[in-house]
Every structure is written in C-alpha cells, then in structure tokens.
Write a protein that binds this ligand. Structure first.
Ligand code: SF4
Length: 639
C-alpha cells in the first residue's frame, strides 16, 4: 500500500513515535504564525521560557484581529508584539497588511512544510500543500523555540472530488457539503485529504477556502496536493522557487472515504447557529436580509473579491441591507483599487473595511437586534457577530453579493452577471508592511504597556483536590461561551484578570463571582465541550479563577490540549448518564490523584449526593508529565 499525502508530510517531519492512528507522535515544525489576539500570550510564554531567538525556518506575527483602537489597549498589544517579534527573530506583519491566513498563503506558505499557528484556521495553509495545524499559543511558543509538537497520529479521510463546479457554485459550497455530511464533530482526530480529478479544477485560494473551514469539522487539518495549479499560484506570487510537487501515491490507503460530485452541488447555506446546519439556498424561502458581510480568512481572496465586484457592478445594494466588504490582504485590496473593482463596490454602496478579521470576530459591524446577517465567514455561533439575537448564515461570496442586491437570501444561479475571473499571472507584490526581525535582537527593547499582564501559572498537581461544581453547561459549549470574544473584550487579551470577569457568562452570569467566592472548583460540561477556536484564554482564564478540573461527556481537541497546558484536569465520564446526576454547588472530591491520573482513570466522589463517578483522563505520556507539573510552562522550566 502506498502513502497518502498526509503520511508523507508527517513521515518527513517525524521526530518521535510511530505513525499508528491514535498513537502520540512528535513532529518538527518548519513555520509558525500568530495573530494578535492569541499572540500576546504566546510571546509572553516565549519570554517566560527564556528563548532568545526563534529556531523555526520562518515565524510570522500578524496583527489582524484587534484592529479597532478605541483606547490604548490594542495599540499597546500591537507595540508589544512588534517589539518582541523584532527582538526574537519573528517577522512582523503590520496592521493593515491583512488576515494572517490569507497573507500567509500569499507570501509565506511552502508546500510540504509544517505550519503551527495560534489560530484555529491555520489549516488554511493546507490549500497550498502544507500540513498546517492550529494550536494553543503555548504550543506555538514551544515550536518557535525549536521544540517538538506532539499530536495524536490522525486517521486520514479521503474526500474524493469528481466532476466540475457549475457557475455560481463555489468552493464554499464544497466545504458546506462536507460539513453537512460529516458534522462539526466528524473530523475529530482526522486529517481531511482532498483527491480526485475535481481537485485540478480548483485554484489555490479555492482550496484554501475548503481547508480553512475544515476547522469547523473539528479536524486536525485538511490538505490538498501541490500540483501545477499550486505552481502557477506560487509563480504569480513570485515564489516559484518554493514549489515542489506533492501528491498521494496512486495506491494510497485511507481510513475513510467520501465522494462528492462537484457537478451535482448547488449553492448551500449554513443556518444559525452551527456551521453544519446546512441547507440548499433554494430551499430557504423568503428570508429577508439585513446585513451582508463579505471577507474573512475563508473568503476574501482576489478571486472572491473580483466575483463580488462583478456582481455588484452597475447595481445598488438593497435599501434595507448594510453590505460590508473586507478584502483579505493589502495585496488583494491594492489590486482591486488598481483595476477599478473597488470603485465598482463603492459605487454599489458597499462599506469597505480595512483588511482584517473585523466583523468575523465581532470587531465592529454588529448587526441590529434580531437581524439576519449573511456572512462569507466560517462560524455562526450565537453571539459571535456581536449581537446575541441575530441569526448568522454562512455562504459563498457569490450568494452573499447577489442577496445584498435583492434584500433576501437568493440563489445566485439566478444571477445573469458574467463572473468569469482568471487567476492573474502576477499578483501585486509589495511586502513593505512586513518587518523583518533584527539581525541581533539583544539591543532591542520590548515595550510592555499597562495592558500587558503576566499570565497565570498553576501549581504542581495535588494528591487531594476538592471543591464545588461552579457551573453546569450543556453540549457543544464553544470557546466563545467560555471566554467571550467581542469588541469590548478583545482589547484585553493580554489582561487575564480583567477577562476573568466575563468567563462563561453567556451561560451563567454569576460564574466568575461564584468561582472567586469559592476560590475555584469544577466545571461540568456536556459533549464536545470547548469546540470552536484555539483560544488559549478559554483555559487560562479558568486557571486564573481556580478551576481544578473540567468534567464532561467529551472535549474538543484543541481546548482539551489547552486545559492540559494550563494544568487543569480534563475528565470525561465513563458513563455519560452520570452528568445528569450532578448539580450546581455539589461538593466533589478526588483523592490519590497523583496515582490515579497515571492509570487514566479517576474516581470522583460527589460528597453532596454520596455517589462516586468513574471518569477517564486520556493523556499521552507527555501530557501526563505536564499535568503532574501543573502545566506546560512549569514542565518546560523544570525540564
Ligand atoms: Fe480572523 Fe475570522 Fe479568520 Fe478567525 S476566522 S482568523 S477571526 S477572519
């Protein structure tokens, strides 16, 4: 049996372990990326580990999330990241240069290399043939220092694409179809590898739309081959010297397979409030639209924007609709400005935003109460857009643009505009917003304003842990619930004590004060706890509040890793029915923990109800050591 592409890249980077699905492996990381929201913590951790100079082939720090400067906080963070990057050997992408994943694809991504990013949509890099994985900031800091990155060897799912998309059916519709079939939990522990003759019909940015939203499947990552299409993209980016051909062996083995006939697809939409709540656009009748947002790391490439401009050209945005457009990078924005497409958008009434995450992360442009907002983004969890009562629908740029004109959700196949756009032979290349690191960082002063607070550190695991259940939450709690991320809070990403006042408040407003009064305790969660982003703060803030363990039916992968890194026990019920028998304020006790965690089983006594629960703690050897030390920083410092 031959190798699939995922296996080939992993084998090339394998440092430790055997490539057996489910086993822990260590891989070498070639590149890292951070964004400002998670980056401040990652660099504080890099400093805490006393790493002078990064050891990766390339590390890039982006500013794209917290771009509004309504106070000093965000600007302080930007300054800190700029100076710490300069000192430690990290490239710095200035605010305005674009969204990390879009810019990384354009200017830094290299087929066959590994990329670790402190952002859950890092798998976007799979569009150019990278093994690109989202992780917590601490893992990224360790990788920057040359440390091995540990993952569970994934299963590999082959999504075979046959046929060719019809006009107005897009890459977004492909990934929405995959989400419909696999669901938001369907990719956990898996890499999604796209093969088949349909792959050659997709450009690199289209492939990147698909790999980007593989994060919504819960997948470790997604990957496409590196072929002539990839070569042409790199040629157009003046980086063809970084191209190499890569594909699976003809007789490659896969753990699972799905086939999608592209010619049978039609425009799809993910309805509120989950990316897998997918329906055909043509089946959603009479949905009046109030806001349309086009952009994000999923859909803001040059090709996406040009198609939108062509649909808007000569038309006017419906009077009841606010249309906002954020081109994904300075490169894209510059090209639209130069070729007149930007003028077409403005003339139609679009509100043009700077190249950044913006409304995707609730950083401005919150819709009105109860509004329907159509978004080309990747997530539509309740409240993420900044308005709790709004309903967010995820769809393609084409569907979004056509609907912005009609004022209701509209199948773009009814549109008569000519949206044929060819990939340019040369992109507009100007890297003047990327600052190279200092050759010698020893003299560079790192600037830390008052918004930069130290991160919390845990203590080594105690043998006896007791406390109250501080909150009971349901299934599918996201990191947005655990640590809300809105325009008011984003400026405080480097200020854990302030953020702690908002932890889990979308579920229970009293949780922070209850946690403080009780000096910590336990969180009780349902299935898929911690799904969503790689937000490390969703573990750091509970740590600050004294949370000792999270008890759930199951965890989302990255969040579980972040809990381990913070020294918080991630426990799952052996009998998920036990969840129903635990109440708020129940007193829980765990004894002989130092021995128990080594066995992978932990008995939890509910003193209030006088019942003992059997729980699992599924840790690799490495994770066990980290838990025993009370978190990864302690582990690395004590190594
Ligand atoms: Fe930015 Fe949204 Fe992409 Fe996250 S998902 S990187 S917030 S554009």
């Amino acid at each position: 049996m031959g190798y699939n592409l995922t296996w080939k890249i992993i084998k090339e980077h394998l440092v430790e372990g055997d490539m057996i699905p489910g086993a822990e492996i260590g891989i070498r990381i070639d590149q890292t990326l951070t964004q400002d929201s998670t980056g401040t913590m990652a660099y504080l951790q890099l400093e805490a580990m006393e790493i002078d100079r990064v050891k990766t082939k390339k590390s890039v720090a982006y500013i794209d999330h917290n771009m509004l400067q309504q106070g000093f906080e965000n600007a302080d963070d930007h300054k800190y990241i700029q100076t710490v990057a300069h000192k430690h050997g990290v490239y710095f992408s200035r605010p305005g240069n674009g969204i990390c994943h879009q810019v990384h694809l354009e200017r830094f991504g290299v087929p066959g290399e590994t990329l670790l990013g402190s952002d859950s949509h890092t798998p976007t890099g799979g569009g150019i043939g990278m093994l690109a994985i989202g992780a917590g900031g601490l893992d990224v800091a360790v990788a920057m220092g040359g440390g091995t990155y540990y993952i569970t060897m994934p299963k590999v799912v082959n999504v075979k694409l046959t046929g060719k998309l019809r006009p107005f059916v897009t890459a977004k519709d492909i990934i929405l179809e995959v989400l419909r079939v696999m669901s938001v939990k369907g990719g956990v522990g898996k890499v999604i590898e796209y093969t088949g003759e349909g792959v050659a019909t997709l450009s690199v940015p289209e492939r990147a739309t698909i790999t980007n939203m593989g994060a919504e499947l819960g997948a470790t990552t997604s990957v496409f081959q590196s072929d002539d299409v990839t070569k042409a993209f790199l040629e157009a980016q003046d980086r063809v010297d970084q191209w190499q051909p890569l594909q699976a062996d003809e007789d490659a083995a896969y753990d699972e397979s799905i086939e999608i006939d592209l010619s049978q697809l039609e425009p799809l939409v993910a309805q509120p409030h989950s990316p897998d709540n997918v329906e055909k656009v043509s089946n959603v009748k009479d949905l009046k639209v109030h806001q349309v947002c086009i952009g994000s790391c999923t859909n803001s490439s040059y090709l996406d924007m040009m198609k939108v401009a062509k649909i808007l050209k000569g038309n006017v945005v419906h009077p009841d609709v606010s249309l906002v457009i954020a081109p994904g990078s300075k490169q894209v924005l510059n090209m639209l400005a130069a070729n007149g497409a930007l003028a077409d958008m403005i003339a139609a009434g679009a509100r043009i935003l700077e190249s950044g995450c913006g409304p995707c992360i609730g950083m401005g442009q919150a819709p009105a109460t109860d509004a329907v907002t159509l978004r080309t983004f990747n997530r539509n969890f309740k409240g993420r857009c900044g308005t709790g009562s709004a309903g967010a629908y995820l769809l393609s740029p084409e569907t979004a643009a056509v609907s912005a004109l009609t004022g209701k959700l509209t199948n773009p196949m009814t549109c008569e505009a000519d949206i044929d756009v060819v990939m340019p032979e040369k992109f507009f290349i100007n890297d003047n917003m990327v600052v190279a690191p200092a050759e010698d960082g020893s003299q560079v002063e790192v600037v830390k304003g008052p918004n930069i607070k130290p991160f919390p550190l845990n203590e080594a695991l105690q043998d006896h842990v007791a406390g109250k259940v501080l909150i009971v939450v349901e299934d599918n709690i996201t990191t947005d619930h655990i640590m809300p991320s809105n325009a008011k809070l984003l400026p405080f990403r480097s200020n854990i004590p302030h953020l702690a006042n908002f932890c889990l408040t979308p579920c229970d407003e009293d949780f922070p004060s209850r946690a403080k009064e009780n000096k910590g305790g336990f969180i009780l969660g349902g299935d898929n706890y911690g799904q969503g982003s790689s937000r490390e703060h969703a573990a750091l803030v509970p740590l600050y509040l004294g949370v000792k363990a999270v008890l759930t039916k199951s965890f989302a992968r990255i969040h579980k890793a972040n809990l381990v890194n913070s020294g918080i026990l991630p426990l799952t019920f052996e009998n998920s029915g036990d969840y129903d028998h635990i109440s708020l304020d129940d007193e829980l006790v765990m004894d002989h923990l130092l021995e128990q965690v080594k066995t992978g089983k932990v008995k939890v006594l509910n003193k209030t109800k006088d019942v003992t629960y059997d729980m699992s703690i599924d840790l690799s050897d490495k994770e066990l050591k980290i838990i025993l030390e009370g978190g990864k920083i302690n582990f690395i410092k004590n190594a």
